[in-house]
Design a protein around this ligand. Sequence first.
Ligand code: TYC
Length: 101
Amino acid sequence: MSSTSTHKQINKQKIAPPKKYGVFLLNDHYTPMDFVVNILQEIFRLPEEQATAIMLEVHHHGKGLCGTYTRDIAETKQQQVLILAHDAGHPLMCTIEELSI
Ligand code: TYC
């Protein structure tokens, strides 16, 4: 069947939904708490209360989910975190995991 069919109803091609990726922050002993909260607000667009809750989750449990995105966007967010942390001299680590929805 043509993939350019104008008849949506008879186009049986199945398009898989895009995979989702979680972006996580990891704990360390050196990155200041307020720097992490700022990252969560500025890069992950989270309100202060939620940003603080995620920072504390990471601080107490070692790891926390900042958001879920398509792969390109997840990788861009990770790079933004790593560059800002490196430029500020902090060892903050950020990872990506494919989620099994
Ligand atoms: N553990 C850090 C401290 O006590 C704070 C921190 C929180 C660091 C979250 C990294 O992803 C992180 N200053």
